[in-house]
Design a protein around this ligand. Structure first.
Ligand code: FA5
Length: 334
């Protein structure tokens, strides 16, 4: 039997034939070796030890003969064919990334406002004080310009070292609000104007459940003849019902922004609580003058809403930091 098995392995010309021969002689269920093993029980106990030794030698020789033929046919990988590969099994789904919830929210908000005729506008994230403050009627001594409340790109110390005479007031900063884009749009376009701008803004706020040093705002600006506060309220109400549902309520509280008069805080009542989403108001005549519009002819409204707060409300996210943690267990839910 040993010679027969060795000859069968020897004469195999490909991996398949060798595998067939292996099953015939070494197969765990029906192989010839198994048959011999079964006969061991019938051997006289005095001969059994000797028979066992001979059986083991036989097994080893047949195994060696098989391995020799295997390497002759191209190594242990069955002649280049992976016999363990089953092309009929379902594949492993590759992990595919998806769009971040804030980017999804930006797309959604842009779409809702687009239906009301608002076009998307963009402005730079690195701004000059003119667009971030001066043209928005924020005077030089206003606390909003404090270096502790903004990310100026040069420190007072580095300016002093470079010998610049401009001082902190002249240095660029990461914009602290998207209201900068209102100015950029009005500088280059004439009314009627109906734009939104969604983008990142930066403030040195300590991170907590509702604050992050980098966040997004949706700015809206509508300028035409005879634009009124009623138009502002209507647009924000239509926006809120589209984004949060028909059961949302909207409330305006008196407030102050240097670039709007009158100014309001905008709250939405939803799921049992009033939540502040942003600020709004009628564009201050001083802002129109800064961009060369005649405030006697034109009026307009503007608003700025926190995008993260909107996204959090809609998706019941309780901590803004989850949005920027990079934790896939959180992000993959969107
Ligand atoms: C402004 O930034 C004004 N520019 C809004 C405005 C635009 C008023 C046009 C009038 C006309 P405020 O600082 O309140 O306003 O910020 C607006 C919203 O941004 C807040 O209501 C809040 O939703 C969001 N926000 C502010 N700071 C943070 C922060 N650190 N993290 C996350 N969201 C924030």
């Amino acid at each position: 039997l040993e010679g027969e098995a060795a000859a069968a392995f020897d004469s195999a010309t490909d991996a398949e034939a060798l595998e067939e021969a292996r099953v015939r002689y070494l197969g765990a269920k029906k192989g010839a070796l198994k048959d011999v093993q079964k006969q061991m029980g019938g051997i006289d106990p005095s001969d059994r030890k000797d028979a066992g030794i001979r059986l083991n030698a036989f097994k080893a020789n047949v195994q060696t003969a098989f391995e020799e033929s295997q390497s002759r046919l191209g190594g242990g990988d069955s002649g280049g064919i992976d016999l363990t590969f089953d092309p009929t099994l379902p594949g492993v789904q590759p992990a595919i990334g998806h769009i971040h919830p804030i980017t999804q929210t930006i797309t959604h908000l842009t779409e809702i406002m687009g239906r009301m005729g608002f076009e998307a506008a963009e402005g730079p994230e690195v701004e000059d004080p003119h667009h971030n403050f001066v043209a928005l009627n924020i005077p030089e001594d206003h606390p909003a310009r404090d270096p502790l409340d903004n990310f100026y790109l040069s420190t007072a110390a580095s300016l002093a070292a470079s010998g610049s005479a401009k001082g902190i007031e002249g240095t660029q900063l990461l914009r602290s609000q998207t209201s900068t884009v209102q100015i950029r749009v009005m500088e280059t376009q004439q009314p009627p104007i109906r734009v939104i701008s969604l983008g990142r803004v930066y403030r040195p706020d300590a991170p907590d459940a509702t604050h992050f040093p980098m966040f997004h705002q949706m700015e809206g600006l509508y300028v035409d003849r005879n634009v009124t506060m009623a138009n502002l309220k209507t647009v924000l109400r239509v926006f809120a019902t589209n984004y949060l549902g028909d059961d949302v309520e909207i409330r305006f509280r008196p407030s102050f922004f240097p670039f709007t008069e009158p100014s309001v805080e905008v709250d939405f009542f939803w799921n049992g609580t009033w939540i502040e989403f942003g600020g709004a108001g009628m564009v201050d005549p001083a802002v129109f003058e800064a961009v060369g519009y005649d405030p006697e002819v034109y009026s307009g409204f503007a608003f700025g809403l926190g995008v993260e707060r909107l996204c959090m409300r809609r998706h019941s996210v309780t901590d803004i930091r989850d949005l920027y943690s990079g934790d896939l267990r959180f992000l993959s839910q969107f």
